[in-house]
Design a protein around this ligand. Sequence first.
Ligand code: SF4
Length: 225
Amino acid sequence: MFLLAENARKHVPQGSGSRGTEPVHGGNRKHPRTVLVDPQGYGGSDRKGDHPRPCGHREGTAERTSGSGCPVIKRALVIGGGIAGIQTALDIADAGFEVDIVEKQPTIGGKMTQLDKTFPTLDCAACILTPKMVECAQNELINIYSYSEVDAVSGFVGNFSVKIRKKARYVDETKCTGCGLCTEKCPQKKVPNEFNLGMDNRRAVYIPFAQAVPKVATIDADARC
Ligand code: SF4
């Protein structure tokens, strides 16, 4: 899912992984602004009329009407940090706009991280994917909300509010270096490894795989010793 929101601001700290729901606001209810793109035609979803119409917004379409006079702060939210979300974020960032990626897993990369070769060229999946993952992490215009989920999207075209729930890693992301020492020492060794589809086990504190982005340990609260 891809939203082109405006005025969205960074609200969820990348830090300690606290539980909670954080709003990301797009636009301003008093002065809603115009959106540029709504390829699926969801524009004008305010059917009950209980919200003001975005300036310059034509009823029932996502077209920007000319001469609205409303400034647009272009910023995007990409839901899902698989290869499609990563490429989308990189393209938007390359165009000079800020992007937020929300990924429910502890790392971005999605299913492609589990592949060996890609059809039809039999290119190495990791050789394609991992440089893009690193590029995402290093790009100043891209914010990655890993281990997070979108709880709600409200508002209307040009004026979105998004609630992002950041799940607890029980590890301080700002301090973890990804050294793996905690994984090595963890006594719980019998947790089915999702990355390998349960064909082997991982520890209760784990980093999904060596090239994970962000490379930060996560404590699986459901895995009891
Ligand atoms: S990987 Fe584990 S031991 Fe290493 S810095 Fe992170 S939390 Fe600490």
